[in-house]
Design a protein around this ligand. Sequence first.
Ligand SMILES: [Zn+2]
Length: 259
Amino acid sequence: MRKIEKNKFDLTDEDLMRYNKHILLPEIDIQGQNQLLNKHVALIGLGGLGCPIGYYLSSSGIGEITIVDKDEVDITNLQRQILYTNDDLAKRKVDVAYDKMTALNPNITIHKLDTEINLKTKPNIFKDIDLIIDATDNFETRSILNKLTLQTKKPLIMGAAIQMMGQVSVFRNDLDDMPCYNCLYGDLDNESTSCVEQGVLSSLTGIIGSIQATEAIKVLLDIGESLQSKLLVIDMKFSNYKVIKLVKDGNCKVCKGKI
Ligand SMILES: [Zn+2]
């Protein structure tokens, strides 16, 4: 396990080889890679989105990753949840994900939380975490994550995939006067909008998860322009990709701090 010292240029010879293709990018370079190794990201949900995100966070050298999920591996997961195989059926997802992500990159630290995010979750779950990725599959959890990240002032990378449609957005809940998730969706009480009930195209979850991992790296290193205050909407059926600008809802009770 790596002993993390904040903001020190301490890449080992192995790191220089492992992250060679990042280091060659002017947007990352040695300094950016070292920054990634000093970051801590929370990945909430280890399903269709969380699996590719988990792989990419690990391979990218995010120094600390906290993975959160309360489920076990089921055969209906295997169509899209690429961390798992037939051998993993009935095992806890956090345990399998920990093993796979550690096997991919043994030089990072992974913390596992076999739990769910719910109304009882305390904001200090995100203490010492730089960025949160929402890879869950329901409005209720997303809404709770929105509030928790507003309370703790952390950026939130949201993704969703249902049938052949996907969405990604970056909510800069760490900054003032930005639109939040609730500004976009309000107090929706939508229990049925989940891939569990409506199905989802396997490869679409890989696309959305990969975009979320990409946006996370961009936000962590302040690269280019992120999907901050924007919503990417992908319709794979018609190969249609749109980016919609989001505006803050002046009446949103959540980011006004009234809820
Ligand atoms: Zn809001």
